[in-house]
Design a protein around this ligand. Structure first.
Ligand code: NAD
Ligand code: UD1
Length: 343
């Protein structure tokens, strides 16, 4: 495979994956509506990799624009990151999430089919497991997402599986990410959420950089050693490497669709993340103990064995590296990409 189209390639995970793809020698075309990102991320990707990916500002739901781009780019495969990703927004406005995420995938797959492109790597999520019966959670565990966002992930997984089973020239990898954090070690790209961050790491970074006074700590009465919930935090560059491994595997897997957990296999508590970020940033990081956040599960971490066996991939970066790289990004870009001089 030589040429890839990356939908959502200006976003957090997509931009980091573009760097890894460019550095591995792929021709990369980014397709993004910029609904939740900035073209400055693509500029920074070009700066790191020394090569500029093509950028088309297009919404995946715009079928004729999609067809024009795919016809011009003629990619060997597609990485599909584009989509809406907020759990609370999906609970408040489920139809927006169903329409957006399902329509984007259906249009993309239709255009790929018409253009004879049959390899896809899809950004799924560990949220498809809900509250798991077994830890670490394997891909064979039952799926029961507890929110509309997670349901859209599972439905798109099914949509892709049905397309592959109808035409054995297709092949697909469904990557179930655990908790992606960190940034490229250059400090030039990173996570840049709009408004109040909903996730732990970006919130902590904004406390460390002085944008917010303290972390709201949700739940100290979980049945865990320190009472706070445990998750599987994975460095975003390990995740990027997982996409390269999945893409390479697709070449030798015609007719197959497989789900893979991308996680470290380690559970880390909220207080352990706070302590690691304190070490990385040198900031005291005050927090306020609050009740549990509705919808949170006590513990969730991956069994990443299948990705190791079949893709030859494992996460290698430590929690200290995740915090160090995230802090380098945030401290050099306190206002995110706006710190690069954009309006
Ligand atoms: P992000 O919002 O930073 O990136 C998504 C990108 O897609 C953005 O650049 C946005 O502008 C673009 N986009 C959204 N809708 C679009 C559309 N209809 N057409 C074209 N572009 C569109 O999010 P991210 O954190 O990089 O996540 C990437 C993918 O991974 C998403 O599908 C998300 O659901 C999934 N995921 C993310 C996490 C996480 O913790 N960040 C965890 C599991 C799964
Ligand atoms: C959430 C989403 C999940 C998504 C993931 C992306 C829910 C239920 N799940 O996962 O679908 O894939 O984000 O990374 O929203 N915490 C605090 N204070 C904060 C923020 C978080 O204490 O300000 C705690 C949470 O209660 C949780 C842990 O930190 O225990 C991790 O939270 P978060 O980063 O939001 O990730 P998840 O909830 O695991």
């Amino acid at each position: 495979m030589e040429s890839v189209l990356v939908t959502g390639g200006a976003g957090y995970i997509g931009s980091h994956t573009c760097v890894a793809l460019l550095e591995a020698g792929y021709e990369v075309a980014v397709l993004d509506s910029l609904a939740n990102s900035s073209a400055a991320a693509v500029d920074a990707v070009a700066e790191i990799a020394g090569r500029r990916p093509r950028l088309d500002v297009v919404d995946c739901r715009d079928e004729s624009a999609m067809e024009k781009v795919i016809t011009e780019v003629r990619p060997d495969g597609v990485l599909h990151f584009a989509g809406l990703k907020s759990v609370p927004d999906s609970v408040a406005d489920p139809l927006r999430y169903y329409r957006h995420n399902l329509e984007s995938a259906a249009v993309l797959l239709s255009v790929m089919e018409r253009c004879g492109v049959g390899k896809i790597v899809f950004s799924s999520s560990a949220t498809v497991y809900g509250d798991p019966d077994v830890l670490p959670v394997p891909e064979t565990a039952s799926t029961r997402p507890g929110n509309p966002y997670g349901s859209t992930k599972l439905m798109v997984e099914q949509m892709i599986a049905d397309v592959v089973s109808a035409d054995s020239r297709w092949s697909a990898a469904l990557l179930r990410y655990f908790n992606p954090v960190g940034a490229h070690p250059s400090g030039l790209i990173g996570e840049d959420p709009e408004g109040v961050p909903g996730n732990l790491m970006p919130y902590l970074l904004q406390v460390a950089v002085g944008r917010r006074p303290r972390l709201p700590l949700y739940g100290t009465d979980y049945p865990t050693p320190d009472g706070t919930a445990r998750r599987d935090y994975i460095h975003v560059m390990d995740l990027a490497d997982g996409h390269l491994a999945a893409l390479e595997h697709l070449d030798s897997a015609p007719g197959q669709v497989q789900a893979y957990n991308l996680g470290t296999g380690q559970g880390t508590s909220v207080l352990e993340v706070v302590a690691a970020m304190r070490d990385a940033s040198g900031h005291p990081l005050p927090y306020e103990e609050l009740g549990r956040r509705p919808g949170d599960v006590p513990e969730l971490w991956a069994d990443p064995g299948k990705a190791h066996r079949e893709l030859g991939w494992s996460a290698t970066r430590t929690l200290a590296e995740m915090c160090r790289d995230a802090w380098d990004w945030q401290s050099s870009h306190p206002q995110g990409y706006r710190s690069r001089g954009l309006p």
